[in-house]
Design a protein around this ligand. Sequence first.
Ligand SMILES: C[S@@+](CC[C@H](N)C(=O)[O-])C[C@H]1O[C@@H](n2cnc3c(N)ncnc32)[C@H](O)[C@@H]1O
Length: 341
Amino acid sequence: MRLAVAVAREHAERARRWLLREGLIDRDRRIVQKGGKVEIPVLRAPSSLPVPFSLLEQQKPSYAPPKLSFEQLKRELRSRVGEKAELLRGGWELIGDVLIINLPGELYPLRREIGEFLLDFHPRARSVVARRGIGEELRYPQAEVIAGDINTTTLHREHGCVFRLDPCRVMFSAGNIEERRRMAQLPCKGEVVLDMFAGVGQLSIPLAKHARPKEVLAIEKRPETYEFLEENIRLNRLQGIMRARRGDCLEVAPRDYANRIIMGYFFSPERFLPKALEALRGGEGVLHYHTLVAKEALEKEGEALLERITELGYRAAIEYRRLVKSYAPRRWHAVYDVTVG
Ligand SMILES: C[S@@+](CC[C@H](N)C(=O)[O-])C[C@H]1O[C@@H](n2cnc3c(N)ncnc32)[C@H](O)[C@@H]1O
């Protein structure tokens, strides 16, 4: 049955937001106006609404256009905001049902039109967020909801894992998806694993869930992010093998503990190397070392990393290296898998 909620125009926006929050809007059909009422297509009947409403079965629903690519969408957007639409670059990220775009300053005055447009067109978006960058040390995003629900806490599903997070308050990078998948496939059966910069569990949860380690300890410094991390351990039912520890890994990481260490933080990561090496069980194991490099220096930076480890009194070899994503002009996020001992 193609159900819709019919409300008076003055209540339509409130009803739409409420239905969005409840996940009840049927995005395959358009919101239409008929006989002075607004019809909002719904997937099933709501038990209540904060405004007077009636429920009806739509006879001739108007279907939403099929999903568009970012480039097609920009062409559509041009009809609303003119040539400035071309300034929108870099695609979007969909984290759960929150759609994130990078909004250049010139488009800021048009943010509401752009946001509403994207909300109408993207079949899965409940909120549209404009991002202006991420603070360095604790990776706090600078973001603003430009359309839809202002509550942006969402549930993101990926590789058989779920992550509860608020992308406006914590970092979760779509560009790291391959790295998250790789963690799930590492050969770490029976290992003890330490995640020194766990975030909401982006890297250690897929590992804990699929790679059969014996034990995982995930450290996170920022209280707000730590709360999501703890919740995600529960949501993924990993309490039996994974635990979270709050604090600065320089202070709370255990010594002589792990067979494998994830160092997923790329601002001056060399500061954390001595601590990571100390945390390896018997001084041996694998480090997943993330850093920022110039694209052409991937190999050279790897050699410099080995030199630093040697200076600290350990023997090491690089087993794997990869550019993860472009981070800024001439700066790439890179990862090195280093075997120590
Ligand atoms: C960039 S996020 C990365 C999350 C995940 N490792 C990934 O790569 O997708 C880095 C996280 O490390 C945390 N962090 C930064 N410095 C830290 C420290 N000294 N000890 C523990 N956590 C730290 C930040 O709060 C942030 O949540």
